[in-house]
Design a protein around this ligand. Sequence first.
Ligand code: ADP
Length: 215
Amino acid sequence: MTSRVALTGGIASGKSAVSQLLAERGAVIIDSDVLARDVVEPGTRGLAAITERFGPMVLAPDGSLDRAKLGRLVFRDDQARADLNAIVHPAIRARAAELQLAAPADAVVVQVIPLLVETGQADDFDTVVVVDVDEKTQVRRLMRRNGLSPADARARLRAQASREERLEIADVVIDNAGTPEQLVPQVDALWTRLTSSAPLGGVTSHTTRSSDQKT
Ligand code: ADP
């Protein structure tokens, strides 16, 4: 059985940066954001269910999903957003499970799940890795990456689980308040931990969580 690793962190905390370093070391990366697009491609059951719920006006002329239109529909409508999540989230999980099963038996499979805490999936994994950054740095990076105002960036943070809630479920914490170079030794230590574990039975249990693995 492959080792199941979840990588999470707040928006713009550095999940992509860390998953890139893990991929370079040989991890099989399953990215929820990529799957979220895959499961609503034309011809999928996901897109059929969305069209049934929201009507054909959420489709672009070429039959693909018009994400901007759907986004506007669900933005201020909690029920619509819940309905959309009820379609998309199970489809993402099913696809992730398929990919996990398809990975070689000795692979370290890392699922990048931004909303791990919010969707209550931590217990599904042998190891939960949290990319951690202070909120000031997070807001600054988010503003720069997405071209957002400070108020909009802070609103995005508020819509997510808190830093404390994520740290609570962490087996391993990667501190990304420093430079990208400072991620390297931390990811190396994580990689050693993930690859030196027994192939059966997982690498750690959630009852033996270490709260911090900063180097
Ligand atoms: P996430 O995938 O968690 O949303 P990213 O890995 O995309 O976050 O990082 C968010 C932004 O911050 C990106 O623009 C990235 O280039 C930048 N970034 C990530 N880590 C660092 C770092 N240690 N120092 C400076 N900028 C960083």
